[in-house]
Design a protein around this ligand. Structure first.
Ligand SMILES: [Zn+2]
Length: 85
């Protein structure tokens, strides 16, 4: 797949994330923050189960579900190019 820089039309190598001509770079979506939510929620759920605390279990479930939804949205975002100078 051939790609060109959206700013200077320099031809990029496949999968390149930085334009060698003008220094623009590609920002890729990343779900790292959402993963923390999911992990935190799962830990709360485990603690809730171990201690038979239904509140902690519910909270953990809510956080994990929110994290999963956020993760699904964030990885659907398209990569976009940031102009370099
Ligand atoms: Zn460029």
């Amino acid at each position: 797949m051939d790609e060109t820089c959206p700013f200077c039309k320099y031809e990029l190598l496949a999968g390149a994330e930085i334009c060698a001509s003008c220094g623009s770079y590609e920002e890729r979506p990343d779900g790292g923050g959402a993963l923390l939510f999911i992990i935190g929620g799962l830990i709360s759920m485990v603690i809730g189960i171990k201690l038979s605390e239904s509140d902690a279990l519910l909270w953990g479930l809510m956080v994990a579900v929110l994290g999963a939804a956020f993760f699904a949205i964030s990885i659907k975002r398209k990569p976009f190019w940031v102009r370099g100078y």
